[in-house]
Design a protein around this ligand. Structure first.
Ligand code: ZN
Length: 194
């Protein structure tokens, strides 16, 4: 097996994708963050398929050009897959964005990313893994945040822990945590009188 073939296999495993050609992988500076961007394309047999039914269909146009999908983080580094997103003309569904093997139709996240988020949400992995209750989780979060802030006063008025539920791949799990937390008795007091 040549180096190139082996490297491509490693990247497919890291990115959690199949039927996908890895054209290249680069680090890119986005604001203060360095993210990993993998340029990809479907293998030939997966090209020109309707995004809704998967039927092989004639090409229509280039759609809105290059597009990115959020993948599972590689360690602490954010990962994006970047590819063309052409449109095809499906006999049944009309002009639609072509299917890609790494993501569900209409999603900005890779299938691997969504599956992980769904699994976490379904299994409430945090409490399961640590074998502790949600009440304990809330108390731990409050203590850790208080220590990081250097003072408990910073928590006055705190009602929510600020985690971006939209852009995080763990959004569904975070939403579940927030819903469960709302049912817990642990709520930082809003008493600012000291
Ligand atoms: Zn179709």
């Amino acid at each position: 097996m040549g180096d190139g073939v082996r490297v491509a296999r490693v990247w497919r495993a890291v990115l959690g994708v199949e039927h996908t050609v890895i054209e290249g992988v680069d680090l890119e500076q986005v604001g203060a963050e360095e993210v990993l961007v993998a340029r990809v394309r479907p293998v030939r047999s997966r090209r020109n398929r309707c995004g809704r039914c998967g039927r092989r269909s004639p090409g229509y146009d280039q759609g809105e050009g290059r597009r990115r999908w959020r993948g599972l983080d590689a360690g602490t580094t954010r990962v994006y897959l970047e590819a063309d997103a052409p449109r095809v003309s499906c006999p049944e569904h009309g002009v639609v964005v072509a299917a890609v093997p790494w993501a569900r139709h209409g999603s900005r996240f890779t299938t691997a990313c969504e599956d992980t988020a769904a699994w976490l949400a379904a299994h409430t992995a945090l409490a399961v893994l640590l074998r502790i209750t949600w009440r304990s989780v809330s108390a731990i979060v409050i203590r850790v945040v208080a220590e990081a802030a250097g003072t408990r006063d910073r928590l006055a008025g705190l009602r929510r822990i600020g985690i971006d539920e939209i852009s995080s791949p763990l959004g569904p799990a975070v939403s579940a945590v927030n819903r469960l937390r709302a049912g817990c008795s642990v709520r930082p007091t809003a008493d600012r009188r000291g």
